[in-house]
Design a protein. Structure first.
Length: 254
């Protein structure tokens, strides 16, 4: 009962009526699943310290967007993110960030989910287009070198004999257009990226890079570990175990 009560309190804090509705919908077909969602997901995992509730919800929104197969749950967690203090501007940036990792269809679906939640909450959001100046590659190179000063050269060496244009696209778009945007600080960008890459489970070298990049922009090992552990709930134990093993390799190499 202690786990259940702790989890129910955390669920209500994050998702309010939306979270309770999900649990209620399970009771007539799989009541034990409703119990596990409350006890394990929210009583055991969400109640852990190391990252704040806004950071947890940023991680979950990123992961569910990148996975692309959980639209109802994505809406619940967009709602939850807003409830715990994540701004609409930050959520837009988290979703746009996923364009580099899971592609435009997943981002379009995520933006549509955000739009629906805002409409349901009666929020009149007026986006302000961000103006960019200068050369995209130069802007991206500056951003990327803050994460790893040698990464641009590594990309050039890796792709020069097979797809040299890919370096241009990664740096100019991924970092010059997306990463350099305002409204989401570098630490939260890395939390979103680490969560998404862990949940996707298909990009281990890139996950290792972003774990190291997270450390470089000020994330602590504990914040990184907690972000990966949270993915147990959304991507399963294998994805989280693989993520933890990659984190261990990165930490041991420093």
């Amino acid at each position: 009962m202690e786990r259940y009560n702790r989890g129910l309190k955390k669920l209500k804090e994050i998702d309010g009526e939306a979270g309770e509705a999900v649990v209620e919908s399970l009771k007539d077909i799989a009541p034990d699943l409703a119990k596990y969602v409350i006890e394990f997901s929210f009583g055991d995992i969400y109640s852990r310290t190391g990252t704040s509730l806004p950071e947890k919800e940023i991680a979950v929104v990123a992961a569910l967007t990148a996975m692309g197969n959980a639209a109802p749950q994505l809406k619940v967690h967009i709602n939850g993110a807003l409830n715990v203090g994540v701004s609409t501007e930050e959520l837009v940036e988290v979703l746009l960030q996923m364009s580099s990792y899971s592609g435009f269809p997943s981002v379009i679906n995520g933006i549509n989910a955000l739009k629906e939640v805002l409409q349901e909450k009666g929020v009149d959001f007026q986006p302000v287009p961000q103006e960019v100046e200068g050369d995209g590659f130069a802007r991206g190179k500056e951003c990327l070198e803050k994460l790893d000063e040698n990464q641009v050269q590594v990309l050039r060496e890796n792709f020069k004999n097979v797809a040299p244009d890919l370096t241009e696209f990664v740096v100019s778009f991924g970092y010059g257009d997306i990463y350099s945007r305002k409204n989401l600080d570098p630490k939260r960008r890395q939390i979103a990226t680490i969560a998404a890459l862990t949940a996707m489970g298909t990009a281990q070298p890139q996950l290792a890079f972003h774990i190291k990049a997270g450390l470089n922009v000020g994330l602590t090992p504990k914040e990184i570990i907690e972000t990966i552990i949270l993915m147990v709930v959304y991507a399963g134990f294998p994805a989280a175990i693989n993520g933890i093993n990659i984190a261990k390799e990165v930490f041991d190499s420093l």
